[in-house]
Ligand binder design. Sequence first.
Ligand SMILES: NC(=O)c1ccc[n+]([C@@H]2O[C@H](COP(=O)([O-])OP(=O)(O)OC[C@H]3O[C@@H](n4cnc5c(N)ncnc54)[C@H](OP(=O)(O)O)[C@@H]3O)[C@@H](O)[C@H]2O)c1
Length: 266
Amino acid sequence: MSQTMNDFNGKVAIVTGSSSGLGEAIVCMLSKCGCRVTIHGRSEENVNRVAEKCRTLSPKKFTPNKCIGDLRNDQVVETIIKTTIEMFGQIDFLINNAGGHYLANLSDSNEIRNSYDYIFGLNVRSTVYLTSLAVPYLEKSNGVIIIISSIGSFSSFNNEKTIIYEMSKAALDHMAHGMALSYGRRGIRINTINPGPFKTAIYRNYSDQDEYEKELKSYEQLSPLGRYGDPEELANLVAFLISPNASYITGTNVVIDGGSSIPRFI
Ligand SMILES: NC(=O)c1ccc[n+]([C@@H]2O[C@H](COP(=O)([O-])OP(=O)(O)OC[C@H]3O[C@@H](n4cnc5c(N)ncnc54)[C@H](OP(=O)(O)O)[C@@H]3O)[C@@H](O)[C@H]2O)c1
């Protein structure tokens, strides 16, 4: 049976890193579909901007919960759960979207440790901790978890500086496999979404300006569709995967990359 936009009416969704980029598109989509949402990011200005957007999009004009701070800080993670429960009393969907880079050459023995600590602290540790705190509420609601991974988890960017990032995303893919096995009978589904290139602020500090322009062009050409993904296309996939239409989908890594990761000879 197909679901309508209003099927999420009153459900509660947490979307980390929803102050820009893919997370912003996801939280806007879920608000449009009737969810009550927790918006999170480091930039207070952007969190406020997105919160106003979500309130306007929400059919019942729900006011979002707002949470600001660096997810590498455990207190920020705890505050996301605490304020969501205080404001809404339940959690139905946890969208672990926040993530980032810290570029370093593997041969640079000092910087590589900083890169490892930053990337694994943000992409993996905070996801594990937030998920762990959310599980008791998700068990009550038969909830759904989505983790935004990357095609880099299984397909190398062929760049020494992104190896740690790719490793972190591979860890998240496997977290979804293990959690799906352990939590399926407790009513929780979990999947990753593995995006290819979407033009967001994540590429801002990717490299120096010249290299950045070149890389943006080459990523665009990776897809046989000849373009970047539109964040709304990814938000549509989130809405599908958390809906009852995807009730038999768990423990899988869903690629959305316009064909960018198709193995090719030349
Ligand atoms: N764009 C792509 O092509 C692509 C491809 C594959 C995977 N991904 C993944 O998609 C997810 C979203 O990325 P995006 O492309 O939308 O990038 P983005 O526009 O840079 O958004 C990243 C979000 O995460 C938040 N964030 C970053 N570092 C944080 C930290 N230390 N603590 C708390 N929040 C932090 C940012 O908050 P503030 O801006 O407020 O600081 C922002 O809301 C990431 O997990 C990324 O790895 C993206």
